[in-house]
Design a binder for this molecule. Structure first.
Ligand code: URA
Length: 270
């Protein structure tokens, strides 16, 4: 690798918050320059602890929800909806019990004609309040990952989730959505994919991967990542969820490889 390529690689790794660990793994020699501080702090702010279910929930989510009638059947009539109608439908959805505790639905954000679609699990504490996907530390890392690819939210990238309302346990902490909640919400994501027509999909973590691929929910991410899947002809790559990468930064090198695989899967990239 020549000096210019090395400098570009260092910039990209730095943008992803990947420090010397990645460099030593890929550097062609041990004297390669080492980047300074990672782009995100090791200690998450209080809101992030709350997002990760590590702090007590505060008043907003404790406000008694307005009574709603929950329709137990999955949403079925979305396949012909426009973007605006779909958005309105999600905002008023009562197809599963998650609607009862929500402050805001989180429809998704970004470029509605995106090349890249990133799919997460579902809103957490902060997303439920703000109505935006991936805010907080995991969102910051995701933004760094996008930056490393030369894209960003709203510019060739769209970020969605499998479920649009925050799943919480009996203590008000984040939890993964149940299979029934996923089934109720999946038609919305499918319609988003049909409308966006992305050129590549990146599933962030197990919930997104198994929901989109329809495989056994117990399948570990490690078995699904590292290869190209196809979703109605659209290439899809599975990688680790940013929140997992924050807990296990040693896995970031694999995530970067997954992103490179996704970039290679883009039509015309060869
Ligand atoms: N985790 C997700 O999977 N999605 C979000 O929007 C936030 C955190």
């Amino acid at each position: 690798m020549d000096a210019a390529e090395q400098a570009t690689r260092i910039k990209i790794l730095h943008a992803m918050g990947l420090g010397p660990m990645w460099l030593s793994r890929y550097a062609s020699d041990e004297t390669a320059p080492v980047v300074a501080t990672p782009a995100f702090a090791d200690t998450p702010p209080a809101v992030v602890l709350a997002d990760a279910g590590l702090a007590a929930p505060v008043s907003l989510v404790d406000v008694p929800p307005a009574p709603v009638t929950v329709v137990s059947e999955p949403v079925e009539s979305v396949s012909g909806m426009s973007w605006e109608t779909l958005q309105a439908e999600v905002a008023s959805c009562v197809a599963c019990g998650l609607c009862k505790g929500r402050a805001k639905t989180v429809f998704g954000a970004g470029d509605t004609a995106a090349t890249w679609l990133f799919v997460g699990e579902g809103p957490g504490y902060n997303e439920n309040i703000q109505g935006e996907p991936f805010v907080g530390a995991a969102g910051q890392l995701l933004d760094n990952m996008l930056h490393a690819l030369g894209i960003r939210r709203g510019d060739r990238a769209y970020i969605a989730n499998v479920v649009k309302c925050r799943p919480t346990d009996s203590n008000g902490k984040d939890r993964p959505p149940t299979p029934a909640e996923i089934q109720a919400c999946l038609p919305y994501l499918r319609r988003q994919i049909a409308l966006i027509q992305p050129k590549v999909i990146v599933a962030l973590g197990k919930t997104a991967a198994v929901a989109l691929l329809g495989v056994d929910p117990e399948t570990p991410v490690s078995q699904l990542r590292g290869k190209e899947h196809h979703l109605n002809g659209v290439p899809m790559v599975v990688t680790y969820h940013p929140a997992y990468l924050l807990r296990k930064p040693v896995e970031k090198s694999k995530a970067w490889r997954d992103l490179c695989l996704a970039r290679k899967a883009l039509p015309g990239s060869a």
